[in-house]
Unconditional design. Structure first.
Lengths: 246, 586
């Protein structure tokens, strides 16, 4: 299609869909209303199981099966990246040269790295109590590690980040989430049922039954998955070179 | 028993994680055997659940059963259609895994587990989608199967077109997924529910449908129709099928696309069928119109391909059009016909792809003209390919035949002609290929026209070209065709399917489904037409070359992502326009 025709088609389709969406917006319930049928139910259910962070209760208890699907999407996406970003026939590997890093950058990165790492782990560990959880903390912890790439160089990052170990951790974390779910079936209740462990004392680290365990599994999975993902892209950008003349 | 339902998704996922964890140390044989075992075990579980699915099973995952009619959990549904799809998914995944036994060059060095793990994740995504009874959960598994499918499509990264095809597939399907998420948001805003049956009840309680319901309907259906490759959402499909490894094509065409049609049936029946949803007449208009358009475009495009994988991909589009038309008439017979048709078609289409894969790996080529006469020594493959071609036309007693016959009876009138013609044209194209490639009939063709995708210069998917065809690669298409035959000849099977569909909560009385003389005659008519078309094409190729009006249709398949996105938006608008009268009429 010519550019002109494509724009015409796009404008027609876009206008129609936009009109539909605008019309639908006028039928939405008003902003700030008092009726939250699902919210009220979720909060009640969360408090009944002594989970202080309702979002975590929704993620890892009430709708833990959705979280299983989302974790699998990340797991499959990373696996897909490992497969697609492999070295192909026309490429070879070049060791990158160490480069000079400006001193302020180096100081800042090395200073912030441990702080960021601890923050990430804290966010994971307190997922059942305060905002955050495995998904968010996992990303923070994984990116913290990459400050080493900014502050030192690629070689230093590679030394603290054995890819094989992270790949195996990624799959074992996903596996443990599934095993925790299966435990419910084996115990005769239901898949991913949060009835195996005591609910503990409200607002303490060991409250919420299986919520902290599932949350930790997700944290581990997300952190390793992001490390592997970034490693594959960095690999492409830094190490793998196209053959000359191909 | 119902507690085991979520394991249909969790089982293959567990297998996939274990394969990746141990994949670096496992020899390839062990990894692939393990994947086959997990896949087969899931299939057995699905079958056992299916045999116990009357009355339908429901399971609240995590034990969140409704209290005072309210639940915060996720419901999964094990009725005839959902578990039937799960069984079909498992069987085809197993077939694809067995087919790829000796197949691939080993993917990333030291990762013997990656490819079988991706296949298991694909199986999990499709099973999870089939049994979803919660709209958001359906979206999650829609995404899972899409993500795995993108990766599998682009598997052969050494070819630029593989990456291009996977990227197009990814962009278009992701847009569909965003549309679905927006639609879910609208429905949630109105009803505060995510379980499909409860959303339906919430809409009915609110009253007459308005613009919000229409928008939600259009957005959710857009995603499912993108998956089902209905025109004009279909453009990603031929590009993806042309580049995906053959075992992946078997799954994409055999069952993933059909899951889109299944999703339309499920979503309409449980959410929009009530007085607060979209009136039946409007859905019928929309689905039948899109179905007819899809069948016509698919059949015309199919006939004019010389790249065999593209030809089969376009035949899938034509057949999805027929499924949508059969579902669209909203009668029990239509649903039964579509269900049987999907079952028969899955075996036939997967077998045809399997045969094409053998050509690719032996000759490094899937171009009908370049392969002229070169398949003479592959006698068994040729016979299987021709049988598959005839079955595609609905030749009795294949499963495609009874599915087509029941659908034709359900749609009646002029739509019957569409069923006969679309199946005859796609089947004729396959038979034409069979006659030219495996028998060497007709004159060796001249050099092609300018605007064509040839299938020459393809890389074989095995390590080097095959001299001897491994037994598994012949065995798989033969078994698949036998399965398609069994759907049609197993006594009482159509009635069992009909009962299972009727028991799935649509409140319809089961109808007695069997071969009728009209159905047999129309099936034979389609097959004869197909043979005739193929014969004319081989003997007098000049008579059936592309007419000038078909050229713009082929130019739509430009490979430009921007074009595909533009058509997706047009499709959503058209869908809205087709369903609009019922909303205004209130």
């Amino acid at each position: 299609m010519s550019r002109f025709f494509r724009l015409r088609v796009l404008a027609f389709g876009g206008a129609g869909l936009a009109a539909l969406l605008v019309a639908a917006c006028f039928d939405l319930p008003g902003f700030g209303g008092g009726s939250h049928p699902y919210g009220d139910r979720a909060v009640r259910a969360s408090l009944a199981r002594r989970t202080a962070n309702v979002i975590s209760s929704v993620n890892f208890d009430q709708r833990a099966y959705d979280t299983l699907g989302e974790m699998s999407i990340l797991f499959a996406a990373v696996l897909g990246c490992v497969v697609l970003l492999r070295q192909n026939r026309d490429e070879h590997r070049d060791r990158p040269e160490p480069t000079e890093v400006a001193l302020p950058v180096r100081r800042y990165a090395l200073l912030v790295l441990p702080v960021a790492l601890v923050t990430g782990l804290y966010v994971i560990a307190h997922g059942q109590l305060s905002p955050g959880g495995g998904f968010q903390g996992g990303v923070v912890a994984a990116t913290a590690l990459h400050l080493l790439y900014l502050g030192a160089d690629y070689g230093a990052l590679e030394r603290v980040r054995p890819i094989g170990v992270f790949e195996v951790t990624d799959s074992l974390a996903a596996c443990s989430y599934l095993v925790l779910g299966l435990a419910g079936v084996l115990a005769g209740t239901a898949f991913l049922a949060n009835t195996l462990l005591p609910y503990g004392t409200f607002n303490t680290l060991s409250s919420g039954g299986t919520v902290p365990l599932l949350n930790a599994a997700i944290g581990m999975e997300v952190a390793s998955a992001v490390v592997v993902l970034l490693a594959r892209f960095l690999d492409q950008a830094v190490e793998i070179e196209e053959e000359k003349g191909s | 028993m119902h507690h085991l339902l979520p394991l249909l998704a969790a089982g293959p996922l567990l297998g996939a994680t274990l394969l990746v964890a141990a994949g670096r140390r496992l020899p390839r044989v062990v990894a692939e055997s393990f994947a086959c075992a997990v896949c087969a075990a899931t299939g057995v579980l699905a079958l056992v659940l299916l045999l116990n699915s009357s009355p339908p099973l429901t399971e609240w995952v995590g034990g969140w059963r409704p209290v005072h009619g309210e639940s915060v959990g996720i419901v999964v549904i094990g009725d005839g259609p959902s578990l039937g799809m799960a069984v079909l998914v498992s069987l085809l995944t197993l077939a694809a895994l067995v087919y790829s036994w000796h197949y691939f060059e080993e993917p990333p060095r030291g990762h013997a587990g990656s490819y079988p793990a991706l296949m298991l994740a694909f199986q999990a995504g499709m099973c999870g989608f089939a049994i979803a009874g919660d709209l958001f959960n359906m979206f999650v598994f829609f995404e899972l199967m899409s993500v795995v499918a993108y990766a599998l499509t682009g598997f052969r990264i050494d070819e630029a077109k593989a990456v291009q095809g996977a990227l197009t597939f990814g962009v278009v399907n992701s847009l569909g997924a965003y549309a679905m998420l927006t639609g879910i948001g609208l429905l949630y805003a109105r009803t505060g529910e995510l379980a499909m049956s409860r959303i339906g009840r919430g809409l009915d309680a609110y009253g007459r449908p308005d613009a919000l319901v229409l928008a939600a309907f259009v957005l959710v259906l857009t995603a499912l129709l993108v998956k089902a490759a209905a025109v004009p959402f279909h453009l990603w499909l031929p590009d993806a099928h042309a580049v995906a490894p053959t075992p992946v094509c078997m799954l994409l065409s055999g069952v993933m696309v059909e899951l889109g049609a299944y999703g339309v049936w499920r979503v309409y029946g449980t959410i929009f069928a009530g007085p607060g949803g979209i009136p039946a007449a409007d859905l019928e208009r929309a689905l039948v119109a899109l179905g007819v358009l899809t069948a016509v475009v698919g059949a015309v495009m199919c006939w004019h391909q010389r790249h065999i994988k593209r030809l089969l991909a376009n035949s899938t589009i034509a057949h999805t059009g027929l499924f949508l038309a059969a579902l669209g008439v909203l009668t029990p017979e239509g649903d039964d016909g579509a269900a049987l048709y999907i079952l028969g078609h899955a075996g036939v289409k997967a077998a045809l792809f399997a045969c094409t894969g053998i050509l690719l790996d032996r000759y490094g080529n899937v171009d009908e003209r370049a392969l002229h006469g070169r398949g003479r020594d592959l006698r068994t493959v040729g016979v299987l390919f021709a049988i598959g071609g005839l079955a595609l036309a609905g030749l009795p007693p294949f499963g495609t035949g009874i599915g087509k016959a029941v659908s034709e009876e359900a749609v009646g009138g002029p739509l019957t002609v569409l069923f006969v013609l679309a199946s005859a044209v796609t089947s004729g194209a396959v038979l034409r290929v069979a006659a030219r490639v495996f028998l060497g009939l007709g004159a060796p063709p001249p050099k092609g026209a300018a605007y064509e995708t040839t299938g020459a210069d393809e890389e074989p998917e095995t390590s080097g070209r095959l001299d001897r065809i491994p037994g598994t690669m012949i065995f798989v298409p033969a078994v698949l065709l036998a399965g398609a035959l069994a759907v049609g000849v197993a006594p009482g099977f159509p009635t069992v399917v009909s009962r299972a569909v009727a028991a799935a909560g649509t409140g319809r009385t089961p109808v007695d489904v069997h071969w009728t003389s009209t159905g047999v005659l129309l099936g034979c008519l389609s097959s004869l037409l197909a043979v005739g078309l193929a014969a004319v094409a081989v003997v007098r190729p000049g008579l059936l070359t592309a007419p000038s009006w078909a050229l713009p249709l082929r130019r739509l398949q430009s490979g430009h992502v921007g074009d595909y996105v533009a058509w997706l938006l047009v499709g959503a608008t058209v869908l809205g326009a087709l369903a609009l009268p019922g909303v205004l009429g209130g």
